[in-house]
Structures are given as C-alpha cells and as structure tokens.
Design a binder for this molecule. Structure first.
Ligand SMILES: [Cu+2]
Length: 186
C-alpha cells in the first residue's frame, strides 16, 4: 500500500493541534479562584466584643470594584456591616458598628478573584456578650445576600480569550488539511 507523502504531515499536524487544544483547555484551571486564608473575627470563633471592622484575608489579591460585597447578618435577621467595602491587596474589610444581641452572626462575602471569577462564602462567628448597637437594616426581607449580585459586571474578556485562540488554531488546521487534500487530488 502506497503512503502519500502528505499523510505523515497530516498526522503530525493533527497531533500538534490536539496537543495545543489540550494545553489551552487546561489553562483556565491553572488559574485558581481566590481562597480565604483568614478572617477577623475568625471562622466559628466566640468573641465577647466584635472588632471595629470585619476583615477577610485571601491567598491572592482581590480585584477592586463595586462587585465586592461584605455583609454581616445577625441572629435577629438584621444586617450589621456599614460603609464601603475596602479592598487592599489580599485584604477586604468593612466597618462594623457595635453589635446587638448575643448569638450567631454570619459574615457573607462575594469578592472578585484575581482570575476574574466571583467567590462567595459565609463565615459564622458567635457573639457571647450582647452589645448595645443597632443593625443597619432590620427587615429580614431586605436582608443582604452576597449571591444576589449579577455576573454582568464581570470582565467579559476572561473566558473568551482562549476560546478565540482555539477557534483560530482549529480554522488554521482545517485549512492546512484541506489544502493538502486538494494538492494530492491533482
Ligand atoms: Cu476562577
């Protein structure tokens, strides 16, 4: 059986394409989401007095912007965090007035990872001694949920970049294979 000189080239081309596509597909996973490495108050901690502000620390810088949210929901259904969310490198913080009833409070956050993806989590802590403060919001129906933010504010370039490259590589590969087939038929 005669082997056309173009067949080996076609095999090499296809093998190269498969390798390139596999590398491109693996690339997004290499950029991991931000992971919470610490907080004040600490997760599941029991405190008799809450700090003046809630601080969340991550393993990678947080992208600044309106998309970042931090709320503190109390045992009475109130929301206790106030003022703007501050982003300083790997730290995100928000002011906390004096807390009220003793019981379980939950820090809820939604932050924008270094890789462009939002990360949402809850960090509970317990206040052992009641304070004299009042919540910012008291209506449970308006209780802030960090997951309510839409994804529309995410940078749209995050996912498409490698998809465009993969598409271009595929088109180029298809063009090469087609050109070799046409060349052989003559
Ligand atoms: Cu991610």
């Amino acid at each position: 059986m005669r082997t056309a000189p173009g067949t080996a080239l076609a095999r090499t081309t296809i093998a190269t394409l498969v390798t390139v596509l596999a590398l491109l597909a693996a690339a997004p996973q290499a950029l991991a989401h931000n992971t919470l490495t610490g907080s004040d108050p600490k997760e599941d901690a029991a405190v008799d007095v809450a700090p003046e502000k809630v601080t969340l620390t991550f393993d990678q810088p947080v992208q600044p912007g309106e998309v970042n949210q931090v709320v503190v929901n109390g045992p009475d259904g109130g929301q206790w965090a106030r003022g703007p969310v501050e982003v300083d490198g790997t730290e995100v913080s928000r002011s906390l007035g004096e807390l009220g009833p003793a019981g379980e409070y939950t820090i809820g956050f939604r932050i924008l990872s270094a890789d462009g993806h939002p990360v949402t989590r809850e960090v509970p802590f317990t206040l052992t001694t009641a304070g004299t403060g009042s919540p910012v919001e008291t209506n449970p129906a308006q209780q802030a949920e960090p997951g309510d933010v839409t994804d529309a504010q995410e940078p749209s370039s995050v996912i498409p970049v490698w998809v465009w490259i993969a598409g271009a590589v595929l088109l180029l590969g298809a063009g090469i294979v087609l050109a070799m087939r046409l060349g052989r038929e003559r």
